[in-house]
Design a protein around this ligand. Structure first.
Ligand SMILES: [Zn+2]
Length: 141
């Protein structure tokens, strides 16, 4: 059975253990990738019972990876994914499992609501600004 990349509109077939195809995975900030790994539990793709914490981070990653500037329909889909992410975070909190989105810059539901409002009003991209990526090696000495 094919298992597609979770980015919205992406039809790349990937192994069940992978959330995204490589281009979508590497389009994410390192902190988002780290958060996905932090919440991933080995074998959850087989048991089909990921934690609420994982779902919150996963939906957040989907919103981030799927965003396409200038695509209004896609923007709405990303807002939906973001809403689902924040809802899962609320479920994790209500279960006493803590807030999985702290590591992504959302210490409370107030920041989550603000993010949704700003995004809906046309902020170009959900989430904090990506950190500059540098592959440059330090100057030799
Ligand atoms: Zn993809």
């Amino acid at each position: 059975m094919p298992h597609f990349c979770h980015a919205i509109g992406c039809n790349v077939d990937v192994p069940a253990s992978m959330l995204f195809c490589r281009p979508h995975w590497w389009s994410l900030d390192k902190m988002v990738r780290d958060a996905v790994w932090a919440e991933y539990r080995k074998g959850q793709e087989i048991s089909k019972r990921p934690s609420a914490r994982y779902m919150a981070v996963q939906k957040y990653a989907v919103a981030r990876a799927s965003f396409k500037a200038g695509d209004e329909a896609r923007k709405q889909q990303c807002i939906d994914a973001l809403e689902q992410s924040f809802r899962w975070a609320g479920i994790a909190l209500s279960r006493g499992e803590g807030n999985p989105l702290i590591q992504l810059g959302y210490p409370t539901t107030k920041e989550m609501e603000l993010e949704l409002r700003m995004f809906a009003e046309g902020k170009p991209e959900p989430g904090p600004e990506p950190a500059p990526v540098s592959d440059a090696l330090p100057d030799g000495g």
